[in-house]
Design a protein around this ligand. Structure first.
Ligand code: ACO
Ligand SMILES: O=CC(=O)O
Ligand code: MG
Length: 526
């Protein structure tokens, strides 16, 4: 791959191919912003990642998170976040998905209030996905995203959802953008490209540059993002508070700092989201060496006391502070060719959305356009003409640290079926990811980076805990390899799984649990 010195003065090198129109995204302003953010904030980002590792050592030694004594004044203080920015007051249905051309058009025509345009869990951060996604966003805003594919004409209609972009988490590098010879952070690249390219376009349409912030582990990470926002607004002459961010509470440590996270983002804060899949992954990962081992992935339901404590606390915290509470993703996806699968998906998603609406959430996520009406019906019934239910303070909620950490009360067993499912899903997902697709339907469920992380972390934990399955077998490396062989044999085409299998073994069978499968996978990509 040729390394092009794009601009000697900026110190930015683009180490990836310059495809058609990439120069429109990678212009001087965008590259200058990435370079600035890198020089000002990247050392802090790396320190915060080191802090995560330090905390992990404490968890390995048996420590557990609790409310922070040093921030009691924040929790006790009387403060609120600003009222919702234009386009963010009514978020009853949010469709999520990758930013390829077809999905962009379909999401914008889906009838949802919000489209979460994803550069995180739902995409493989291939260079062409990273830059192509930004081009699609700006073309959509300019009204020029129009094409024909497989005989079907795609064009964005007039009624468009508010766009909320989810940049990569703080842990992922972008190897195709080098600043002073160092890899830039994927998070800063996605943010800067979007902001430089689309912030003014969004304001001109009466909306704004809105973001979802994924995988935060502490309020100090929220402070970093807030400083990035303040700096960018000043540098590019935007009103303070133009950027609005909804933070995913999807790590167990962040669940203990919800108030502090909103407080840090304050003028930029829009809400919190209950990202249930990464949340479960985080619980497995953080307490991987503890004695409480999670049962089969599919048996951990949102009505389990530990999960209800998490979502209730989120709604209560948000509404007390004037922020919107957004629900998470039910993984069931419909299939237009299979009425039985559809019926199951609609019933499961209806249950999930009705529970969230009843618990006080202001809206929720769906993975597929056919689920938009299901989510809408659940929230319409509760909202009854109002845009949200911010006034529902959930004063009845009082959640203790013990309830958030009550893994032992989770229903379900650890079964051979669960092991086979984890192996099969992780393997197929990794093949898809390496092939450039970060979200895929497997066994009628939506699988993405977060759900696949659960599968492989769970296998690692079961292996290291020497868990006995319902069949009496003990989980060992040999057993996992045997299941892998069986899965590959049943899926056929052994050769096409070679790279995925090697990656699977790397992120699942080692003595240490790699922090993120996507970090390991990224190094195997061009
Ligand atoms: C844990 C989390 O972070 S959840 C959030 C991250 N995950 C996601 O965003 C996943 C989003 N969903 C998806 O990517 C997809 O729905 C999948 C991969 C699960 C299934 O996609 P497909 O196999 O294409 O589904 P299917 O064939 O039923 O799609 C039917 C049509 O709906 C479109 N579609 C499906 N899902 C979406 C979506 N989320 N956004 C936009 N369009 C969509 C398809 O492009 C297809 O369009 P077409 O008729 O023009 O060809
Ligand atoms: O990002 C959402 C999640 O559930 O993970
Ligand atoms: Mg997630």
């Amino acid at each position: 791959m040729a390394i092009t010195d794009t601009d000697g003065e900026l110190g930015v090198q683009i180490a990836g191919p310059m495809g058609e129109r990439y120069d429109e995204v990678l212009d001087a302003q965008a590259l200058g912003l990435i370079a600035d953010l890198h020089r000002r904030f990247d050392a802090r980002r790396r320190d915060l990642l080191s802090e995560r590792a330090t905390r992990q050592r404490a968890f390995d030694a048996g420590e557990r998170p609790n409310l922070l004594p040093g921030t009691a004044h924040v929790r006790e203080g009387d403060w609120t976040v600003p009222p919702p920015a234009p386009g963010l007051a009514d978020r009853r249905v949010e469709i999520t998905g990758p930013t390829d051309r077809k999905m962009t058009v379909n999401a914008l025509n889906s009838g949802a209030q919000v489209w979460l345009a994803d550069f995180e869990d739902a995409i493989t951060p291939l260079w062409e996905n990273v830059i192509g996604g930004q081009l699609n966003l700006r073309d959509a805003l300019d009204g020029t995203l129009e094409f024909t594919e497989n005989g079907k004409h795609y064009a964005v209609g007039d009624q468009q959802p508010t766009i909320v972009v989810r940049p990569r988490g703080l842990h992922l590098p972008e190897k195709h953008v080098l600043i002073d010879g160092q890899r830039a952070a994927g998070a800063f690249v996605d943010f800067a490209l979007y902001f430089a390219g689309c912030a003014r376009r969004q304001l001109e349409r009466g909306s704004g540059p809105y973001l979802y912030l994924p995988k935060l582990e502490s309020h100090l990470e929220a402070r970093l993002w807030n400083d990035v926002f303040d700096y960018t607004e000043r540098l590019l002459e935007f009103e303070p508070g133009t950027i609005r961010a909804t933070v995913l509470i999807e790590t167990i440590t962040a669940a203990f700092e919800m108030e502090e996270i909103l407080y840090e983002l304050r003028t930029h804060a829009a809400g919190l989201n209950a990202g249930r899949w990464d949340y479960l992954f985080s619980i497995i990962k953080k307490f991987r060496r503890g004695s409480d081992v999670l049962p089969d992935r599919n048996s951990v339901v949102m009505t389990a006391p530990m999960m209800r404590a998490y979502t209730d606390l989120l709604v209560h915290t948000c509404h007390r502070r004037g922020a919107l509470a957004i629900g998470g993703m039910a993984a069931f996806i419909p299939n237009r060719r299979d009425p039985q699968v559809n019926e199951t998906a609609f019933a499961k998603v209806t249950d999930d959305k009705q529970r969230e609406a009843g618990d006080g959430f202001d809206g929720s996520w769906v993975a597929h356009p056919d689920l938009v009406p299901i989510c809408r019906a659940a929230f319409d019934a509760v909202l009854a003409g109002r845009p949200n239910q911010l006034e529902r303070l959930r004063g009845d909620v009082s959640v203790s640290a013990g309830e958030l950490l009550d893994i032992a009360s989770l229903p379900g067993e650890i079964t051979a079926t669960g092991l086979h499912s984890n192996v099969g899903v992780a393997l197929q997902y990794l093949r898809s990811w390496l092939g450039g697709r970060g979200a895929v339907g497997i066994y009628n469920l939506m699988e993405d980076a977060a759900t696949a992380e659960i599968c492989r972390a769970q296998i690692w934990q079961w292996l290291h805990a020497g868990v006995r399955l319902d069949t009496g077998e003990t989980v060992t490396r040999e057993l996992v390899r045997q299941v892998l062989d069986e899965q590959i044999a049943s899926l056929g085409d052994e050769q096409s799984f070679a790279a995925a299998r090697a990656l699977f073994e790397e992120v699942t069978l080692g003595d240490e649990l790699p922090e993120f499968l996507t970090t390991a996978a990224y190094e195997r990509m061009p």
